[in-house]
Write a protein that binds this ligand. Structure first.
Ligand SMILES: Nc1ncnc2c1ncn2[C@@H]1O[C@H](COP(=O)(O)OP(=O)(O)OP(=O)(O)O)[C@@H](O)[C@H]1O
Length: 240
């Protein structure tokens, strides 16, 4: 179980989390949805230990943690293979890189440099880099946003295959409900300021999210966007 207790965090004067609590099951994919700027990336960075909370308890920053950032962050002077090998722990056999490249359809590009890759290939390579050490916890921040719909489908399938391989705990931030429904065992919707959980949905006994749940989440997101627009308009009229 991954437990966040009484988390408080602010940026400049903006309070992003105030006494925020969350419990997440191990070996599940949990997806976070919510309007832009609500604090989804901040939450991942706090969990990863990249940001320090003002108060509260976060899960211990696990040694075996993989982080897929919004942008690919590949080293430009290393090939795809070497980018992955560069972060690999000595205990892991290099054959794992070849296996992962095969699953991701990147075998032919293993000796390419990042500038020779398409956006989707770069993103796949950076996902492999985050997975190579078989981390127990994988944090993914909108990893598919740069991909076209076909590639996104393939990547979703790819992540599902990788999840079935060793069942890591995955926390995925996304704006795409279909993506969350496809991959998530649980979907958490964040709203309000400071951020709160305004929706929390788990798959039903048939292991799917029902149509009803889809509609509920869509409604929550729409309402959240309306409130967000309202607040932005108020804020800009305050400036006049
Ligand atoms: N480096 C920073 N310095 C100051 N404020 C920041 C910084 N990064 C983010 N923020 C602010 O923190 C708040 C939460 O940002 P965060 O990136 O976590 O939101 P998000 O929900 O991930 O948004 P998006 O969906 O657009 O990626 C926002 O109001 C943002 O302006």
């Amino acid at each position: 179980m991954l437990t966040i207790e009484n988390l408080c965090f602010k940026r400049d004067r903006q309070v992003i989390f105030h006494q925020f609590n969350l419990q997440l099951m191990d070996h599940q994919v949990t997806c976070f949805l919510g309007s832009s700027g609500i604090g989804k990336t901040t939450l991942l960075k706090l969990i990863a230990g990249l940001l320090e909370p003002m108060e509260g308890q976060l899960p211990r920053s696990s040694e075996s943690l993989g982080y897929v950032f919004q942008e690919h962050r590949l080293k430009p002077n290393l090939t795809v293979f070497d980018n992955i090998a560069w972060v690999m722990k000595p205990a892991i056999h290099k054959e794992r890189i070849n296996q992962l490249l095969k699953i991701a359809g990147l075998t032919h590009a293993k000796n390419y440099y990042p500038h020779e890759l398409s956006g989707g290939m770069k993103q796949r390579a950076s996902i492999l880099r985050a997975l190579v050490n078989k981390p127990d916890l994988i944090l993914m921040d909108e990893p598919f946003q740069a991909l076209d719909s076909q590639l996104k489908k393939e990547m979703l399938q790819f992540i599902q295959t990788l999840w079935s391989e060793c069942k890591p705990t995955i926390l995925l931030v996304t704006h795409d409900l279909e993506e969350a429904v496809f991959l998530g065992h649980r979907i958490i919707v964040l709203g309000n300021t400071p951020a709160q959980i305004i929706g929390d949905f788990t798959r039903d006994s048939y292991h799917t999210f029902t149509h009803d749940i889809h509609l509920k989440i869509e409604k929550l997101l729409e309402k959240e966007m309306e409130d967000f627009r309202g607040n932005t308009e108020l804020a800009s009229s305050d400036c006049l």
